[in-house]
Design a binder for this molecule. Structure first.
Ligand SMILES: N[C@@H](CCC(=O)N[C@@H](CS)C(=O)NCC(=O)O)C(=O)O
Length: 209
């Protein structure tokens, strides 16, 4: 049994979608940002960076923060969605790390400046929108002629998809990125994604282009 600490955000949904995909039993503990629960001392013991997602594996008592580390851990625990060795493994890790350093932080800044603080910092809006479109372009080229970012559906897709699911917040028209759109729609149709997206609670339907 995995204890999952999460909220209704892209990083949180990575972990709940992954747990659904791995078929692991898990107990959900909502960390309500509206109540600043991410700063509670009990939560900081599990996630010292006061961010979700975080897990505790009841099999061994291990607590883990950071979605990338969590998904690698769960993939190794179950033997799914991360090849065991060689180039196939490093392709998955390469695109997983691309997400951790690219779409995660950059799209997050786009949400901050473009959606929530429009007009306050025009240069920041321009910079993060430009970088957001650059990253969509990179993903679109990667997905040209391939179904998933690595050889098969993997933790890399699970890490990237929830950030693309906020394309409306980023003012991105997915029709500009046809390979991303095809990939996004295909993954949105997976039962595990449809279930994991609504953890810890349903706030909206999955956006569909
Ligand atoms: N690099 C971290 C980022 C986690 C993160 O930024 N989580 C956000 C929600 S999407 C959060 O917990 N924010 C709480 C806060 O800003 O106080 C990961 O991938 O897990």
């Amino acid at each position: 049994m995995i204890d999952l600490y999460t909220w209704t955000t892209p990083n949180g949904r990575k972990a709940s979608i992954a747990l659904e995909e791995f078929g692991l039993p898990y107990a959900v503990h909502p960390v309500d940002f509206g109540k600043d629960e991410q700063f509670k001392p009990e939560f900081l013991k599990i996630s010292p960076n006061n961010r979700i997602p975080a897990i505790v594996d009841r099999d061994n008592g291990m607590a883990l923060m950071e979605s990338g580390a969590i998904l690698i851990y769960l993939a190794e625990k179950t033997g799914k969605f991360l090849p065991k060795s060689g180039e196939p493994r490093y392709r998955v890790l390469e695109w997983a790390m691309w997400q951790m350093g690219g779409p995660g932080p950059i799209f997050g800044q786009t949400h901050h400046f473009v959606k929530y603080n429009k007009g306050k910092a025009p240069y920041a809006e321009e910079r993060f929108l430009k970088e957001t479109h650059r990253l969509y372009g990179v993903l679109d080229r990667r997905l040209a002629g391939r179904e998933f970012v690595a050889d098969e559906y993997s933790i890399a897709d699970i890490l990237i998809w929830p950030w693309v699911s906020r394309y409306e917040w980023q003012t991105v028209d997915l029709n500009r990125y046809p390979n991303v759109k095809r990939w996004y729609v295909a993954i949105a149709g997976r039962p595990a994604v449809q279930k994991g997206y609504h953890v810890p609670k349903k706030v909206q339907e999955i956006p569909m282009p």
